[in-house]
Ligand binder design. Structure first.
Ligand code: GDP
Length: 364
């Protein structure tokens, strides 16, 4: 599955947010099977109203949403790249996630100590990014000697890698994250093999006080501006409100949100932002037994999409009966879509579209 790591300085609200995420998942457990894998790892359902609609049309007995894994990565402090705090453990945890949700403190509360002494979200972001970049510098510098030797021995792969590493080093030494390194499509694989922390896509989560949840505040505005400059995404959330929402029923939730001037729970926005940050899309399998959502990378072709369900589906892939979500709904299900000629037979080269309702044909 896809993993999103929650990072941030101490006392910014990471645990509050993570607990709200997993409690919400637990509260939904009646409809949505979920699990907490480890104390700091939780799976949450990706909210998707389309799935409920499909299930209603097909009269599916069960609804199974697709899921995203969140990992609470505590222990980042200034100096982590030099082993301070949980240092290396922390960095190893980040290496394993696909994206980073970076929680920044945008609330004032004199009772809760700020590790750096004052509320300054942009400076906090820099502190964390710096640690990630220092760790990357360290890991790349360790590789240069070995790669240089190999490159001299006419190892073509090593030459290309060395070139990529050197370009990345220039950027890091200039205080810029590795994700900004210019690279060709054919270098993408080698680049991701470097496992650089500052190459991961980042989503800023501005944790504001309860009164600012709907509007944001001056701190969160500054973060949003910064994010826009970097081509990054920022979400305004009140971890406190989210932990309250997590404990009330779905029915009460709408009223509670309305009194706060919120259209939807911040966590739903956060989950969806994480999903789009990872360039993920959803396709559906729908039948009387279950309606289910599946996650794939944008650009995945038929067999790859089938492989998410089972590797046999991918190996023996013949074709996929495909109905666009809009057609499925407008024509009231599979039979209607078939009659209207909207059920397409797609082959191995078909690039799956977000919302496709699919039925795979395969050899066993
Ligand atoms: P972590 O160290 O980043 O995991 O931070 P915690 O989630 O443990 O939060 C640190 C403290 O800040 C706790 O006492 C929380 O109750 C409090 N806190 C978290 N979010 C908010 C908020 O939005 N407003 C206020 N006033 N306090 C908060």
């Amino acid at each position: 599955g896809f993993k999103c790591g929650i990072v941030g300085l101490p006392n910014v609200g990471k645990s509050t947010l993570f607990n709200a995420l997993t409690e919400t998942a637990a509260a939904q457990a009646a409809n949505y099977p979920f699990c907490t894998i480890e104390p700091n790892v939780g799976e949450v359902a990706v909210p998707d109203p389309r799935l409920d609609k499909l299930a209603a049309i097909a009269k599916s007995a069960q609804i199974i949403p697709t899921r995203l894994t969140f990992v609470d990565i505590a222990g980042l402090v200034r100096g982590a790249s030099k082993g301070e705090g949980l240092g290396n453990q922390f960095l190893a945890n980040i290496r394993e996630v696909d994206a980073i949700a970076h929680v920044v403190r945008c609330f004032e509360d004199s009772d809760i100590t700020h590790v750096e002494g004052k509320i300054a979200p942009l400076a906090d972001i820099e502190t964390i990014e710096t640690e990630l970049m220092l760790a990357d510098l360290d890991s790349l510098e360790k590789r240069v000697d070995n790669l240089t030797k190999k490159a001299k021995g006419n190892d073509k792969d090593a030459k290309e890698q060395l070139d990529l590493v050197n370009r990345t080093l220039v950027l890091l030494r200039d205080g810029k994250p590795a994700r900004l390194v210019e690279r060709k499509a054919e270098e993408e694989r080698a680049f991701s093999m470097l496992g650089l922390l500052s190459s991961k896509p980042v989503l800023y989560v501005c944790n504001v006080e309860e009164g600012s949840a709907a509007t944001g505040n001056a701190f969160s505005k500054a973060v949003e501006e910064q994010a826009a400059k970097e081509g990054a995404v920022a979400v305004v959330i009140s971890a406190k409100i989210e932990s309250e929402i997590a404990t009330i029923s779905r029915e009460e939730r709408a009223d509670f949100l309305e009194t706060l001037g919120l259209e939807e729970a911040g966590l739903d926005r956060l989950i969806r932002a994480g999903y789009s940050l990872l360039h993920l899309i959803t396709y559906f399998t729908v039948g009387p037994k279950e309606a289910r959502a599946w996650t794939i990378h944008r650009g995945t072709k038929g067999p790859g999409a089938a492989g998410v369900i089972h590797t046999d589906f991918e190996k023996g892939f013949i074709r996929a009966e495909t109905i666009a979500y809009e057609d499925y709904v407008a024509l009231n299900g599979e039979a209607g879509a078939r009659d209207a000629g909207k059920l397409r037979l797609e082959g191995k080269e078909y690039v799956v579209a977000d919302g496709d309702v699919m039925h795979f044909r395969f050899n066993t």
